[in-house]
Design a protein around this ligand. Structure first.
Ligand code: FES
Ligand code: FES
Length: 176
């Protein structure tokens, strides 16, 4: 006998597009984004809320999609790395070499994008605190800090890093 698995049709606003998706009540947002919506930018790392590889924005604030149910996101705006179109923070990560293997990178970029849009005046302490949400096993974090500061500097709010992000029109950040 085949066990009956309850499913429901929900609509999620993902990257500005309404997506109709069939989900189970216990499906995480991460699983649904990757397996139902075909958006694999958010990565499964720990799947326990610790590493930040799965970070997406919900209504403009960063959340770990591995510990949020897909049904909880109904009625909210979900933004994934695929929804960023050449944002300054994407260019900054590339130009400051803020990644090595890149597995953690989409989550870092989403978290840092959240920082830039929510705290454009972030000081070093705020940046440090914000970066604690994500774990990278490859870099020393210095390049990531530099990337964030360069974007804040572009907006004229943080003078911690005087080296501006250069022009790089060829970079397609959402292909990370
Ligand atoms: S996979 Fe979500 S926090 Fe690690
Ligand atoms: S670049 Fe490899 S884990 Fe962060």
């Amino acid at each position: 006998m085949t066990a009956h698995i309850e499913t429901a049709k929900i609509t999620l606003d993902i990257n500005g597009e309404n997506r109709s998706l069939i989900v189970r009540p216990a499906d995480t947002l991460l699983r649904v984004l990757r397996e139902q919506a075909g958006l694999t930018g958010a990565k499964p790392g720990c799947e326990n809320g610790d590493c930040g590889a799965c970070t997406v924005l919900i209504d403009g604030a960063p959340f770990k999609s591995c510990i949020i149910l897909a049904v909880e996101a109904v009625g909210h705006k979900v933004t994934t790395i695929e929804g960023l179109k050449g944002e300054p923070i994407q260019k900054a990560f590339a130009e400051k070499r803020g990644f090595q293997c890149g597995y953690c990178t989409p989550g870092f970029i989403m978290n840092c994008h959240g920082l830039v849009i929510n705290h454009p005046d972030a000081d070093d302490e705020t940046i440090e605190e914000w970066l604690q949400s994500n774990i990278c096993r490859c870099t020393g974090y210095e390049e990531i800090r530099e990337a964030v500061k360069s974007v804040l500097f572009l907006s004229g709010t943080n003078d911690g890093d005087k080296e501006r992000v250069g022009e790089n029109d060829g970079f397609e950040g959402n292909k990370i």
